[in-house]
Design a protein around this ligand. Structure first.
Ligand code: SF4
Ligand code: SF4
Ligand code: SF4
Length: 266
């Protein structure tokens, strides 16, 4: 806490494009409201001052190198509250596309002959390494949601996104379903909260806010069949943001299978 009684906030970034921090900066004069509630003591993208003690850490980006781990652990030890900012931090996001390939092949594809000079590992969201208190999904984040989450964090209240799919918000917008226009859309299985902004402007959902809890897979499959698509069409599209999540799901299925005694063993 600062001497003026305001909580001290610090921003950090790991592997990412820093676009979510830019969204926060794009709040412009509304950032002044936030500064009435908190003191920002570290924010590389916006200021040169730097302090190492803070109450709230806002962390953008995914964990992709061994040296990221102690850095993130130190942030967690220092901060009372940790907020994951954007899909790279909350899901592994775009960085986790590489997890679908052997690491050597991914390195060779990106860095060519210089691959040996780079240090990288499987991409992970930050909650795979340390406990996280608040999640702000999206690529990039929704500015309004950022303000809401900060308010909840400062009041010590939990913040949860309603467990509804993007289709819900798309219907509220009265958008004509993009399946009618021959596009594959991940809205039926994706967590809402973005106001279905992509479909509003004619772009199908890529699932940047992650998969809604307990998606109605049966209904989603029916929609696919009705429009002549397959589950593979959806999985291909879902890999853009949800490769890490899919990997974890598959690992869990594998673990559950191996926990079941084999027929021979019964
Ligand atoms: S979530 Fe998207 S906009 Fe935000 S840092 Fe990652 S890639 Fe950039
Ligand atoms: S599938 Fe996509 S376009 Fe169709 S209703 Fe759902 S979110 Fe909207
Ligand atoms: S519509 Fe889908 S891809 Fe677009 S912002 Fe919302 S969750 Fe992300």
């Amino acid at each position: 806490m600062s001497t003026n009684g305001k909580p001290r906030v610090a921003f950090f970034d790991f592997a990412c494009c820093e676009g979510c921090q830019l969204e926060v900066l794009a709040l412009e004069e509304r950032l002044l409201d936030v500064l009435q509630w908190v003191d920002v003591v570290q924010w590389r993208e916006a200021m040169s001052e730097h302090a190492d003690d803070y109450d709230v850490a806002i962390v953008e980006g995914s964990i992709t190198r061994a040296e990221d781990i102690p850095r993130l652990q130190k942030i967690r030890q220092t901060a009372k509250v940790v907020i994951a900012l954007g899909s790279c931090a909350t899901l592994g996001g775009i960085n986790a596309i590489k997890n679908r390939f052997p690491l050597d092949a991914a390195m060779a594809e990106v860095y060519g002959e210089k691959a040996e000079y780079f240090n990288t590992a499987e991409a992970r969201p930050i909650h795979a390494v340390v406990p996280v208190d608040y999640f702000i999904h999206g690529c990039p984040i929704n500015k309004e949601e950022f303000l809401t989450v900060i308010q909840h964090a400062l009041m010590g209240k939990p913040y949860t996104v309603p467990n509804r799919a993007v289709c819900y918000e798309c219907k509220l917008n009265e958008t004509v379903c993009l399946y009618e226009k021959g596009k594959v859309c991940l809205g039926p299985i994706t967590r809402c909260g973005c106001g279905a902004i992509c479909t509003r402007f004619g772009q199908a959902c890529f699932g940047c806010r992650g998969v809604v809890e307990q998606p109605n897979l049966h209904a989603a499959k029916e929609v696919l069949t009705q429009y002549g698509y397959t589950v593979e069409d959806v999985l291909k599209r879902a890999g853009l943001y949800n490769s890490y999540v899919a990997q974890q799901e598959l690992a869990q299925v594998g673990n559950e299978r191996s926990a079941v005694p084999s027929r021979e063993g019964r």
